[in-house]
Design a protein around this ligand. Structure first.
Ligand code: NAD
Length: 259
């Protein structure tokens, strides 16, 4: 299938690297007008250039998801270029792995960073885009959450807790705006071999240890998550809303099977 997103405009945050980058490229290939944004404006510009070089349509902006005015500025630019926003992918996120450990040891600063980037960053983008989707008759909001809140862990307490809140927020948006033909779904990845993850998890042997608990061999690449985002952004998923879609190589299924 091609052109699954033809005629749609998609605003993607954290699209300069990893899952967001792969999603932006995939959206461009499927015919969307892509609004590529990232805290790293040069990275966003480079991704937009690649979409255009491949024959697609894209603009780029530097957006810090914690700054409401950044979202407002990019939405205004997107409307000037394309007239509407059909898909919002709240994808930007960080984990301060070196200091975000247990509930006791994680410092206040790491809790605040997780809250501001991983939760308020999603709220900020959603609040600016939803009125535009209402105005134009609907849309699809996709939030990149994480499988962490389902699994629990001995580390990343702040990140996992806040990603759990993103899953709850997803249901709130789905219920409050469903009558406007707006859907909202979360993607909950397990380990995805993105540049960000490889930086955070350089521990030798960790991949082998995780792999032993997966049902499906191998780890997701960012592009595997991008395929799911294309489905959730397209009309193929038009009756799917308020759900969290786990993509974890079957890790959770295996966990349930281990006594
Ligand atoms: P990545 O580090 O490769 O890419 C994240 C991008 O977000 C970077 O380009 C970075 O510049 C940008 N970013 C960071 N802070 C930002 C901010 N304040 N405003 C705007 N952009 C900002 O990471 P990734 O693995 O592709 O992560 C993407 C999303 O997937 C994140 O929300 C992450 O929590 C989530 N996730 C990743 C994994 C994984 O294993 N890779 C697993 C579960 C969830």
């Amino acid at each position: 299938m091609t052109d699954r997103l033809a005629g749609k405009t998609a605003y993607i945050t954290g699209a300069g690297s990893g899952i967001g980058e792969a999603t932006a490229l995939r959206f461009g290939a499927e015919g969307a007008n892509v609004v590529v944004t990232d805290l790293n404006g040069d990275a966003a510009a480079s991704v937009a250039d690649r979409i255009v070089a491949a024959g697609g349509a894209a603009i780029s902006h530097r957006v810090d998801v914690t700054v409401p005015d950044d979202h407002a500025a990019v939405v205004a630019a997107a409307l000037r270029s394309y007239g509407r926003i059909d898909v919002l992918h709240n994808n930007a996120g960080i984990v301060e792995n070196s200091i975000d450990t247990t509930v006791v040891d994680t410092p206040d600063s790491a809790w605040r960073t997780a809250f501001e980037v991983d939760l308020l960053g999603v709220v900020n983008g959603t609040r600016v885009v939803l009125p535009e989707m209402v105005r134009t008759g609907g849309g699809s909001v996709i939030n990149t959450a994480s499988a962490a809140p389902f699994n629990g862990n001995t580390t990343m307490a702040a990140y996992g807790s806040v990603k759990g809140a993103v899953i709850a927020l997803t249901r709130y948006v789905a219920t409050s705006h469903g009558r406007h033909n707006i859907r909202c779904n979360a993607i909950a990845p397990g380990l995805v071999l993105s540049p960000g993850a490889l930086e955070v998890f350089p521990v030798p042997g960790l991949l082998d240890a995780i792999a032993k608990h997966q049902t499906v061999p191998g780890f997701c690449a960012p592009d595997d998550v991008a395929h799911l985002a294309v489905f959730l952004g397209s009309d193929e998923s038009r009756f799917i809303s308020g759900q969290t879609h786990i993509i974890d190589s079957g890790l959770m299924a295996m966990g349930a099977a281990v006594p």
